[in-house]
Write a protein that binds this ligand. Structure first.
Ligand code: ATP
Ligand code: MG
Length: 442
């Protein structure tokens, strides 16, 4: 790489990072390495996040010790990765990742080799300068040194963080060609940090976006989760649109949104993402299945309408539309089945909410995906008020006891209803009643 590294040291009294904000386990690792005679720094996202006052998700350490030397210092250490060997020091649920300085440009993820027929000089260890310039953005290449608590900057990252600027190290086009996922990282980190993507870093993105299609699907899946389930989904989505990445990352969704002139589907999508952000902010769980049901809903609807226009009956068309979209997702982002199955269920449940038949109502309430399906139905109000009555009905149904609900549906409560033609077995009736009770507790 042609990029010239030049060290600037920002002494402790000139930067805001305090040891109190650093994970005690990360500090343990840093001190133990130093006492073992090695150089050790906190690096990457953690330093960047601390400088802008955010709480880092994880703490990464960079050192001149080899993975084997790291392992000798820590009993709780695992070596992982074949092509890109890393040491994981494990403290219960917290893992401190310790990487040896390297010279090669690599994606840093530890599981990817370069394409374009170029050989990966993977486990080529290097100097800290080389380690800095192989990283992606200047803001991600800052080192916090444990010996004097200074921040070491080899690529101008400190000024860029202060200016809230995301800037690729080296020639942007070359860096995106080496690893197209960096385009997604640019959008994601800009959204997360509220940084501006610097002009020269932004310029090639729309042009090089098609390269993303060649990225490993599993890696794209991981990146999608980070884009949309880290609390900045709306900003990430808008960034993907703005930089022309959406049509490559989610081609069917992008096409369906473009075809939806009223903007209703986009409105619903953005509101759904806003809800996800609110949940993340409130430390509530978020599910990839719901996320993908939301992201792919425009594509599903479009496919469904197409099939129906060809004369395919509704139920059949729903199945086939769901399968088509799922198959495509498997191809592009390797969506695992444990997520695609519930995603499909959320879609297929949608047409069942119009029922008021007691038995069907009870069965739907007891469905394991009822809550997700209902939340999704409620979200659809942002696209159209067609289902407003259904939303109101199911909202109330959840808050009622089984008996109240039966009464409101104009039939006897379930216990006395076993004379129905196709009365369900005792077992399923018990289950149903229990579920409607638990639903009423929510
Ligand atoms: P966050 O953890 O908030 O998602 P991060 O910057 O820490 O952001 P990680 O994926 O944890 O992202 O990567 C850790 C560090 O590894 C980065 O800060 C960066 O220095 C380097 N890195 C990660 N991915 C790449 C890449 N594709 N190319 C070059 N360097 C990378
Ligand atoms: Mg990180």
């Amino acid at each position: 790489m042609t990029f010239q590294a030049e060290l600037t040291v920002i002494p402790r009294e000139q930067h805001p990072i305090s040891r109190r904000d650093i994970s005690p386990n990360a500090l343990r690792v840093l001190y133990r390495l130093r006492d073992g005679g090695y150089s050790a720094h906190l690096v990457g996202g953690a330093v960047r996040d601390l400088l802008v006052g955010q709480i880092p998700k994880d703490f990464d350490v960079a050192t001149d010790a080899t993975p084997e030397q790291v392992k000798q210092l820590f009993r709780n250490c695992r070596l992982i990765g074949r092509r890109f060997r890393l040491a994981h020091v494990v403290f219960g649920r917290e893992i401190i990742e310790v990487a040896t300085f390297r010279a090669n440009s690599d994606d840093g993820s530890g599981d990817r080799e370069m394409d374009n027929g170029r050989l990966v000089r993977d486990n080529v260890y290097g100097s800290i300068e080389e380690d800095a310039v192989r990283r992606d953005f200047t803001a991600n290449a800052l080192y916090y040194a444990i010996e004097d608590f200074s921040v070491r900057d080899y690529v101008g990252g400190y000024a860029d963080v202060l200016a809230r600027r995301l800037k690729l190290i080296g020639d942007p086009e070359q860096r995106y060609r080496e690893d197209p996922v960096r385009m997604l990282r640019a959008v994601r980190l800009a959204a997360k940090l509220q940084f501006e993507i610097e002009a020269a870093t932004a310029e090639p993105i729309a042009r090089l976006a098609p390269l993303l299609a060649e990225a490993a699907p599993a890696r794209l899946f991981e990146e999608m989760l980070k884009l949309f389930l880290s609390g900045h989904a709306v900003a990430s989505f808008e960034g993907l649109e703005r930089y022309g990445l959406l049509p490559v990352l989610l081609p069917e969704t992008a096409a369906a949104l473009a075809a939806n002139r009223s903007g209703a589907l986009r409105r619903m999508l953005v509101e759904g993402l806003r809800g996800t952000d609110v949940r993340v902010a409130g430390d509530e769980p978020v599910s990839p299945a719901f996320l993908f049901a939301l992201l792919m809903w425009p594509a599903y609807c479009r496919s469904l309408m197409g099939l129906q226009a060809q004369g395919v009956a509704l139920e059949d068309a729903q199945r086939r539309a769901a399968d088509r979209v799922t198959l495509h997702l498997l191809d592009t982002v390797a969506l695992p089945r444990r997520f695609s199955l519930p995603m499909q269920e959320i879609w297929l449940l949608q047409s069942r909410f119009s029922t008021r038949q007691r038995k069907r109502v009870m069965r739907l309430l007891a469905h394991p995906r009822f809550r997700a399906g209902y939340d999704f139905l409620a979200l659809r109000l942002f696209a159209s008020d067609e289902h407003a009555d259904d939303v109101a009905f199911w909202k109330q149904a959840q808050s009622q006891s089984g008996d109240e609900l039966s009464a409101s549906l104009g039939v006897a409560p379930p216990a006395e209803a076993s004379t129905d033609d196709d009365a369900p077995s005792k077992r399923s009736r018990r289950r149903r009643r229990r579920s409607s009770r638990s639903a009423s507790r929510e």
